[in-house]
Design a protein around this ligand. Structure first.
Ligand SMILES: O=C(O)CCC(=O)C(=O)O
Length: 285
């Protein structure tokens, strides 16, 4: 598959290929789906090499809590670290699925690497929207993806999933539930509704499991990583328009996120344009 980025500005309208519609339907039904051969092996290798570089340059070490893992290496806010990561949020075989599960006004919630090292134990079962205090089931608020930078096997810590659990209330954090491993070849992407019960797996192998967690939320939900402060405006100015929107420089449905009736992206470009806020389009008194 070519290295292709989606471009342009999101509209409210969702038009989907049959293939995308099938994946969206699987996420709605089962809570997850795997897109095989979503990105090429040479990109996976390039990303793995860069994560190794960052690990050494930033002196990354595991955390001391069970959730992040005491034998797991995580690097947050990847867009701040290298241009290589810019293609991930807008990847043409994945973003349309996320737009179908949420809507095209979705945002980047976080972009981080999760490298599960040999000897790691299974992460506590949780849902990614567990802290959002709304009764379940509710419409998808979070849609997360895991990029397999190396093969994911049950042995090396493939993500563990509880199929169909996105339609249930939250799990007891860390409870014991029957799970299936999201085994997938390098170059595949696992997509799930943020309400799905899941966790990182235990790594019983002698190799590292490299994953990139590309997480999105609805445009009306607060992003997990604060993108507006975490990414310097001068850096965001160099991003393509769609990536700027995903970072949070657009407005959701013509209103949410404006600054003095302007889109943040227009202010970033130092352009004051006529207001495009929905207020100015729904009739005048
Ligand atoms: O690494 C994984 O496979 C899943 C990690 C996860 O669910 C999390 O950290 O929230």
């Amino acid at each position: 598959m070519a290295r292709q980025q989606t471009s342009g500005v999101a509209s409210d309208q969702v038009t989907m290929s049959d293939q995308t519609a099938d994946v969206v339907a699987a996420v709605q039904r089962d809570g997850y789906a795997i897109i095989e051969d979503a990105f090429p092996d040479d990109l996976a290798d390039e990303l793995r090499d860069d994560l190794d570089r960052l690990e050494h340059e930033l002196g990354v070490v595991p955390s001391d809590n069970d959730f992040e893992g005491t034998k797991t290496l995580r690097i947050y806010n990847l867009l701040a670290h290298h241009e290589l990561y810019r293609q991930i949020p807008v990847w043409s075989s994945v973003l349309p699925v996320v737009e179908g599960v949420l809507d095209p006004g979705c945002l980047i919630s976080s972009l981080s690497s999760i490298v599960i090292c040999p000897g790691e134990t299974a992460q506590p079962i949780h849902s990614d929207d567990i802290l959002i205090p709304l009764p379940k089931p509710h419409p998808p608020l979070v849609c997360n993806t895991m990029w397999a930078i190396t093969d994911f096997t049950e042995q090396n810590g493939a993500t563990r999933l509880v199929p169909g659990s996105h339609l249930k209330p939250n799990p007891t954090y860390g409870g014991d539930y029957p799970t299936v491993p999201a085994e997938m070849r390098k170059g595949s992407v696992l997509v799930w509704d943020g309400a799905l019960w899941h966790s990182g797996g235990a790594n019983h192998s002698d190799e590292r499991r490299y994953g990139i967690a590309m997480n999105y939320c609805a445009g009306y939900v607060r992003q997990q990583e604060n993108q507006q402060l975490g990414l310097a405006p001068d850096l965001v100015r160099t991003f393509p328009a769609r990536l700027q929107e995903l970072v949070g420089y657009g407005v959701y449905r013509g209103l949410i996120g404006h600054i003095d009736k302007q889109r943040p992206a227009d202010l970033l470009a130092e352009e004051r344009l006529p207001s495009t806020m929905v207020w100015d389009q729904v009739g005048r008194g």
